[in-house]
Design a protein around this ligand. Structure first.
Ligand SMILES: Nc1ncnc2c1ncn2[C@@H]1O[C@H](COP(=O)(O)OP(=O)(O)OP(=O)(O)O)[C@@H](O)[C@H]1O
Ligand SMILES: [Mg+2]
Length: 351
């Protein structure tokens, strides 16, 4: 087992530079989530790794097996890279059975029929669809169709499986079940995977490492906890999690701490800015880190509670003051009216 390594990949589509120098490491046996907003280049990067798009610079290799190297003019065609690819639309053949959908690629490669049968049956049983081999796609649920699409990629026994938003066609509840299932499957089979998604919760849940892409460049990469808890930039902070944003003025920075003026009151947090005092600054805090208090105190702002909303497992509270809105969670609803909203200094980032 060897790592998949992408170095400084650049790719143009038409006039546009879509990938602007992307480097990426997929350690053997690990799941890497490729996360980013729509249009950031996730699908393009996945297709370049698979051999379906042609970069103009950079290198892609698994160990000694070089797939692409612009400097040495190496470019292996997709079918020789042996990677499993699952597209966002599963694109099953409607007039072929589950068995034949999974077997099709192996038949194209002229594999003997007995070996095809063994491989397909093994793959279908791995994904829990052994009993549905004779069915046609229209006789399957959405979740089962999506498993067939994954089986089609797994049947090649690829070292790395490339998944482009494989769960996005499923409804929310099914998607949560499917991501636990998929993570378990990948780990059990000892595969490496690149899992593309624009859903940050899915990325963190499914991956060992998250690579956050912004406009064709890697904005940040790391473990799910480091991306969530240690965002390096405003973009990363705002992309991960549900956030409150406080616009204010920078008062001072010292020893990694920054103080920001909001409504003429001081809030202290982690300094994530190099700006000088007096500049505009932005405070970011996750919804779940905001506290509600009944009296004034450090890092608290007086705000008005507008609308408590019941979410089932908790309440969401919406506070306002002037044109600023702050959302928070609570275990019980609070009285509408004035409250003190606390922004714990260890949970507030100042950009
Ligand atoms: N054939 C093309 N010619 C020119 N530009 C293209 C082409 N295909 C895609 N693009 C552009 O490349 C950029 C990246 O597209 P890509 O599909 O990789 O984004 P993505 O991150 O997968 O987005 P999404 O989350 O919406 O799937 C987009 O701005 C898109 O408009
Ligand atoms: Mg895409």
């Amino acid at each position: 087992m060897v790592d998949l390594v992408v170095n400084d990949l650049k790719l143009r589509l038409g006039e546009n530079e879509i990938l602007k120098g992307v480097s990426l490491n997929v350690p053997a046996g690990e799941v890497v989530a490729l996360l980013g907003p729509s249009g950031s280049g996730k699908t393009t990067l996945l297709r370049a790794v698979a051999g379906l798009e042609q970069p103009h610079a950079g290198r892609i290799a698994i160990g000694d097996n070089v797939f692409f190297d612009a400097a040495r003019k190496v470019e292996l065609p997709a079918e020789q890279r042996g990677l499993g690819l699952v597209f966002q639309s599963y694109a099953l053949w409607p007039h072929r059975s589950v068995f034949d959908n999974v077997a099709y690629g192996l038949k194209l490669r002229n594999m003997p029929a007995t070996e095809i049968k063994t491989r397909v049956e093994k793959t279908l049983s791995q994904i829990g669809l052994g009993h549905l081999a004779a069915r046609y796609p229209h006789q399957l649920s959405g979740g089962q169709q999506q498993r067939v699409a994954i089986a089609r990629a797994l049947v090649y026994e690829p070292p790395v499986i490339l998944l482009d938003e494989p769960l996005s066609n499923l409804d929310a509840k099914l998607r949560e079940e499917a991501r636990a299932w998929l993570r378990t499957l990948i780990v059990t089979l000892g595969l490496s995977a690149i899992h593309v998604t624009h859903d940050q919760v899915e990325a963190m849940a499914i991956a060992d490492r998250v690579v956050l892409l912004d406009n064709g460049l890697v904005a940040q990469e790391g473990t799910p906890t480091s991306l969530y808890n240690e965002p390096a930039t405003l973009f990363a902070a705002e992309f991960m999690g549900s956030n409150n944003r406080l616009d204010g003025k920078l008062m001072e920075t010292a020893g990694g701490r920054a103080t920001i003026d909001v409504f003429g009151e001081k809030l202290s947090g982690h300094a994530r800015t190099q700006a000088s005092p007096g500049s505009k600054a932005i405070g970011i805090i996750r919804l779940e880190r905001v506290r509600c208090a009944s009296a004034p105190g450090p890092n608290r702002l007086k705000m008005e509670l507008k609308a408590p909303m019941y979410l089932g497992e908790r309440w969401e509270l919406v506070f306002t003051r002037d044109n600023v809105t702050v959302r928070a969670y609570a275990n019980a609803p609070l009285q509408q009216g004035e409250h003190y909203v606390e922004f714990p200094p260890e949970a507030l980032w100042v950009f």
